[in-house]
Design a protein around this ligand. Sequence first.
Ligand SMILES: *Cc1c(COP(=O)(O)O)cnc(C)c1O
Length: 218
Amino acid sequence: MDIGEKIKELHTSLPQGVELVAVSKFHPVEAITKAYEAGQRIFGESRVQELLVKHEALPKDIEWQMIGHLQTNKVRAIVPFISLIQSVDSSRLMECINREAERIGRVVDILLEIHVAQEESKSGWDYDELVAYLQSEEAATLHNIRIRGVMGMATNTDNETVVRADFDRLASHYTEMKQHFGGEFNTLSMGMSDDYMIAIECGSTMVRIGSSIFGNRY
Ligand SMILES: *Cc1c(COP(=O)(O)O)cnc(C)c1O
């Protein structure tokens, strides 16, 4: 299947209520254009420099999302146009995004990345530390970010039981937080090319799919 066919296939096969983020990192503008022409509008990138170049080159009705680790010194460059920052993994980053958004009079949507995988190398909040921070006075002053939900990655393994347990844990954190946040907190971003079907069974509302749309990255 080519890129356009794959996008159309995903648009018809993903269940209602599951949003597709096409992860276009490391793939050229031409590849993104093919997905765009097939109707895809939401794209995820993991590096700021690459995101800026693509944002400049491509149609303005694309919703760009940041899915990779974000350094605070790169926040200012993306805050004017980014539609969702998925990979928010520290209080310092939350405060930085809030400050930059306030500076230009925007409210920026974010997800909180929670660490659920077994690998220590994976990024994200420790859930208990996140909850403690969200109850703090500092967190209560962040009026220029809107917390829309959580994001996470499962352990990188073929063992489906392990992957499912990671997604179940993330889903239960999401459900617990949703009771506190309510309405606008409605996004559970989990599932990539190799595990998105399991993620959907565990309650995902947003899948981030790269290689199965665009092919392998080099
Ligand atoms: C690269 C990436 C994806 C997409 O991974 P694929 O296996 O290519 O589908 C999803 N989420 C994050 C955070 C990524 O960095």
